[in-house]
Ligand binder design. Structure first.
Ligand code: MZP
Length: 504
């Protein structure tokens, strides 16, 4: 006979936190939201930590290059989706890696005889207003000069003339030499009142560029997630079919963190892919596995695959119909609590801590807070980020309001990408696991994060916690009855607009 679990499947909205003593040091500005994303041994520092406990879902409607830049700049990560050809995913990763940094390899380069009209096309294509002029038009060629959009007037100047006519030539360009520290390069920019400092090697070849705006960017976003070369950290999803081709291409493009993307990750396919990646790349990259919803699923991934983090959640996603279609899944809170308990057991037994990500089904800020209080190291969200300006789909106006399309990775729409790809494996689809709908636009990633992070910090202070670890350790959580749930809303008053909803 099948084993029937004694407790029912529960969701986050069935729980509330009981406040703990708030001491004087418990104020929002003292709260740290740093959280590990790689496994680590007791008393060791994780190889990589997030500065905020939020990542965006590896979905076509959510995580493109724009989202990855916006989130890494706030200290989180976007998992660039893998339901696209390898070269397209790699080029998105590369765009994020080259977005900004202390020292960047010049992305827009021309030869001195390139016509101004062609240089303007390049500027429009790359979006970079600074173009390096080198003898061979490469990023490492002999440096001859620099052209910015202030050096010409598009509608006045002769577009048929070569760029050498308009550029600032090398002898007039303030430049630095290879080996200069970032701090000195920035001081140089400040002293000479320049926007961009080319860095040259001894032979006069271009090595890198340092931009003033990057310096200010970092001041505005002190939490941004940077690699050892001060470039944004990039994350990408992979599948267990084409990983032998996809992973090398994504590593070449600069991916730092991978996650295997599957609605059911308790499988030998994940083991095979993870072991292959570890054998080839060791722990130079971070790797996540999942999704699982049970202690045994967690233990399998922890022991057999060596993954860095485990994602939890099947069927809770806002666009997900897996539970209806296949009869598998579990209430997200029950799944998370069981996996967290097993993660803590595993840590006690082995001294190895494996971070856990709660993925999907977070319907509002309160549920995010409860998931973190229960012990999730970070949360993955689709709908939350799909509603922002930075998600890939275009805006659509319906009945005077702005929306964006949002569809599941298990929907026909998402899975169709293989039809147009050489990497196609199985293009036949017998049933869908995701739906295709719309979500309202709520603003930028910064707008939504500012509100959610403020609420999270405030709740942590109510719970006498300054770190996420302390938050979980001190958390006392109660289940709520349906009646107390109703009591939690406004009661016995008439709202001016009865259609007003309380959740965004
Ligand atoms: P949500 O934040 O929109 O509620 O859920 C996002 C999560 O749903 C994703 O991270 C992924 O785990 C899951 N997902 C994505 N597509 C589907 C589907 O088509 C799905 N069924 O369940």
């Amino acid at each position: 006979m099948a084993k029937i679990l004694s407790d029912i499947s529960r969701t986050f909205s069935e729980y509330l936190l009981i406040p703990r003593l708030t001491e004087k040091q418990h104020i929002a500005s003292n709260v740290s939201l740093k959280t590990p994303i790689t496994r680590f041994k007791k008393d060791e520092t994780p190889r990589l930590s997030l500065n905020i406990p939020f990542v965006s879902a590896s979905m076509q409607a959510v995580s493109g290059a724009k989202m990855a830049i916006a989130l890494a700049r706030r200290g989180g990560l976007a998992f660039i989706y893998c339901s696209q050809p390898i070269n397209k995913q790699a080029s998105k990763v590369s765009r994020v890696k080259h977005h900004k940094a202390g020292f960047v390899e010049s992305d827009s380069n021309v030869k001195p005889d390139t016509l101004l009209k062609d240089t303007i096309s390049l500027i429009n294509k790359t979006g970079h207003s600074t173009v390096a002029v080198t003898h061979d038009g490469t990023s490492k060629g002999k440096f001859l000069g620099i052209l910015t959009d202030k050096d010409f007037w598009e509608y006045e100047d002769d577009l048929e003339k070569p760029v050498s006519h308009y550029m600032t030539p090398r002898e007039k360009v303030v430049h630095g030499s290879i080996g200069i520290s970032l701090h000195d390069a920035n001081s140089f920019l400040h002293k000479h009142k320049k926007e961009c400092l080319p860095i040259l090697d001894k032979e006069g070849n271009l090595d890198a560029l340092v931009f003033k705006k990057d310096f200010f960017d970092h001041r505005i976003n002190p939490e941004e997630l940077l690699d050892s070369e001060k470039r944004l950290v990039v994350a990408a999803a992979i599948n267990t079919h084409d990983f032998k081709k996809r992973v090398p291409a994504l590593i070449e493009a600069g991916t730092d963190v991978f996650t295997m993307d599957s609605s059911d990750g308790y499988s030998e396919f994940q083991k095979e892919a993870a072991l292959w990646i570890r054998e080839k790349y060791g722990d130079t990259v971070a790797l996540g596995g999942g999704n699982v919803v049970s202690a045994e699923g967690f233990r399998y991934l922890a022991e057999e695959t060596g993954v860095d983090f485990v994602k939890v959640g099947i069927g809770g996603g806002s666009i997900c119909i897996t539970r209806e279609q296949k009869g598998i899944g579990r209430g997200q809170a029950s799944a998370l609590l069981e996996v967290i308990a097993e993660r803590d057991n595993y840590f006690k037994q082995t001294g190895m801590y494996i971070p856990v990500c709660s993925d999907g089904g977070l319907a509002n800020d309160t549920q995010i807070i409860i998931a973190l209080a229960m012990g999730a190291d970070f949360v993955m969200m689709g709908r939350y980020f799909a509603m922002t300006n930075e998600s890939p789909p275009p805006k659509i106006s319906m009945s005077g309001r702005l929306f964006k399309p949002y569809w599941g990775e298990g929907s026909n729409r998402a899975r169709n990408w293989q039809r147009y790809s050489d990497e196609a494996t199985d293009t036949t689809m017998k049933f869908e696991e995701g739906i295709d709908g719309y979500v309202p636009i709520v603003g930028s990633v910064n707008d939504v994060l500012d509100v959610t992070l403020a609420k999270l910090r405030a709740t942590m202070c109510n719970n006498g916690a300054l770190t996420l670890r302390e938050f979980t350790e001190k958390a006392i959580i109660t289940r709520v009855s349906e009646q107390s749930f109703v009591e939690g809303g406004t009661s016995n008053i008439v709202l001016p607009d009865q259609k007003t909803t309380k959740e965004f």
